[in-house]
Design a protein around this ligand. Structure first.
Ligand code: PXP
Length: 240
């Protein structure tokens, strides 16, 4: 079975929000992505609503029949949003107001954050919503994810992506490989994402047991030049 491709449509909404217009419409982008090989649609609703809006969640649920994966911080507001719009699954990610994008995996040293994560995991699971945790590729954090009781880990590939072409590239890839083995050994589903593009994706896709890659920025960027249909189908071909 091939690797699933989750296409993150946040940055279609980023362009729309630049004018606070109705175009480009992320829901239309979801339709094109799905008909071009995407297995699911990924959306990250941020506290500052810089791209995806609640209305987008409502519309994708009403207007498109597809698997929706919602990335969100662990707090009461986001928990309520997840319970209201009922995505098929959520990924709990850390969120800092001033960050340009998610900077890394969850910080399990923050005990109050762990309590918030536990509340979100329970609420989502009680409502039939799948839960994954966005985790840095190291054994301690993967084990912590396992202890928290989720069945899916999404390994953060940001450092690997940033190391592409540098002397750290091989060691960053190795970190992801080792963490992947542990995820599989603990019988959890293995997903990865962040910063993956048409150059760096193959070694991650080749990791044994990889089930799903969530990719946004590179696909939407490429779509400007080749169209979304081609950008999605090229990526799907690369990871299959
Ligand atoms: N996975 C997670 C958990 C993320 O937070 C993001 C960014 O929203 C992605 C994947 C996609 O990252 P990128 O847009 O760099 O492909």
């Amino acid at each position: 079975m091939g690797i699933k491709l989750g296409v993150n449509i946040d940055h279609v909404a980023t362009v729309r929000q630049a004018r606070k217009d109705i175009n480009p419409d992320p829901i239309e982008a979801a339709r094109v992505a799905l008909s071009s090989g995407a297995d699911m649609i990924v959306m990250h609703i941020r506290g500052d609503r810089r791209h995806i809006q609640e209305d987008d969640l409502e519309r994708i649920r009403k207007e498109v029949k597809c698997y929706v994966h919602l990335e969100m911080a662990a707090n009461a507001d986001m928990k309520n949003i997840a319970l209201k719009y009922k995505p098929d699954s959520i990924c709990i990610v850390p969120e800092k107001p001033a960050e340009v994008t998610t900077e890394g995996g969850l910080n399990f040293k923050d005990k109050s954050m762990i309590r918030e994560i536990e509340k979100v995991i329970k609420a989502a699971s009680d409502n039939g919503i799948g839960v994954s945790l966005f985790v840095d590729p190291n054994a301690d954090d993967v084990r912590m994810g396992y202890k928290l009781g989720v069945d899916t880990i999404e390994l953060c590939t940001r450092k690997y992506a940033e190391s592409w072409g540098s002397k750290n590239q091989a060691s960053e890839l190795e970190r992801i490989q080792l963490a992947s083995y542990l995820v599989k050994e603990l019988n959890m589903s293995l997903h990865s994402g962040h910063g993956l593009d048409y150059y760096n994706v193959k070694p991650v896709a080749d990791i044994e047991g990889m089930e799903c890659l969530n990719i946004g920025f590179s696909i939407i960027s490429r779509a400007i030049f080749v169209g979304l249909k081609n950008a999605v189908s090229e990526m799907k071909e690369l990871i299959d």
